[in-house]
Write a protein that binds this ligand. Sequence first.
Ligand code: MN
Ligand code: MN
Length: 460
Amino acid sequence: MERPNAWKTYNKTDLKKVDLLAERYKDFLNRGKTERECVNYIVDALEKKGYLSLEKAVHEKKKLKSGDKVYLNQMNKAVVAFHIGKHPLEAGMNIVGAHIDSPRVDLKQNPFYEDADFALADTHYYGGIKKYQWVARQMALHGVVVRKDGTMINICIGEKDDDPVVGISDLLVHLSQDQASKKLSEAITGENLDIILAGKPLEEEEKEPVKAQLLRILKDEYGIEEEDMLSAEIEAVPAEKARDFGLDRSMIIGYGHDDRSCAFAELDALLSLPSIPEFTCCGMLVDKEEIGSVGATGMRARYLENALAEIANLMGQYSELTVRRALQNSRMLSCDVSAGFDPLYASAFEKKNAAFLGRGVCYNKFTGTRGKSGSNDANAEFIGKVRRIMDDCKVSWQTAELGRVDQGGGGTIAYICALYGMEVIDSGVAVLNMHAPMEIISKADLYEADKAYRAFMLNA
Ligand code: MN
Ligand code: MN
């Protein structure tokens, strides 16, 4: 039952392909550190391959037919792309869906204050993080500030080599006796994750001169008033770039493998489909998974259904029943990262049912916590079909569950799509130190995920 290591299956040509994909992926990670930046990258890539904006197609009442490609941009934070196939929509779609939001530290709406001759920003962390991992490190600020008149300012500070970076301080070890005796989860508090932004007083300023300095920079360099922060979304993320990990360069360390490794593999697979696939293929790249798939850009919002209804309408196939059947009859890979087995923390895993870095794309029948609570728990019939497709297409794959029973757990978007009655299974890339500022994956697993998602869209 042990799954073979994917690296053993590669010839010279394969190894070259693994490396080329890894190079393109690192570029994606470096250019997409927020969901908005990912959407920019994705829309650009889709349009280059002939995808049309659905909004535009609807506006122009464009007739859609097999072979046409359209995408929906949901508020610049999520994308759903459709490549219309030969079969009618009612026959269901082959869907692959990943998320493009990652854990991070967000600035609050009233963030700035001065203390001890520093200007700092108050924050609220996003997603599940081990807070101690986010202090004493270089961070970059990414996001948007929207003025009252609707104009938007893009922020990206800390990515260019000569950019300044910012960060959160930690207490020196010499004075950490109290801190060190606390529980790991309590040693750093959420309210203490404040970011140092400046440390020099503005000349001739009496009241809060360092904060005044900060505000002067924001005003002069970006045209931002303090009040504009009320309508801003600024995310502090690790400033490092993705790079090769291991002396054999077999792995990649970077920010946001969860879930941009799956998102990238999915996008790459989608863009490589033949001109008219058998069934309509759908790639979803969604937001807010890390906080429960909520909000208008999370999977729980109805934009998949709405976009499908619009497409059915432009194809002259619309009825409520058509849309319902199309969703019910769909097959889906919910693409999200899996917990890679870590030999240093072996006791958190059950080794027979753990994902190993390098053993290929990982399938999780179920996720969830305790007694599979919150899980999708894929049907055996569907898993049988997926096994056949993976083997026929020579994909290296493995199965796993998220750690030992009752050790914790997690969820994905799978159960939300399953609400339509479609077949769904979780599938993804194994990650080491998931949700840490810098995560690790194997290049082989990224390559196998890419192959798996293409095989699924063509054969499910
Ligand atoms: Mn995830
Ligand atoms: Mn996650």
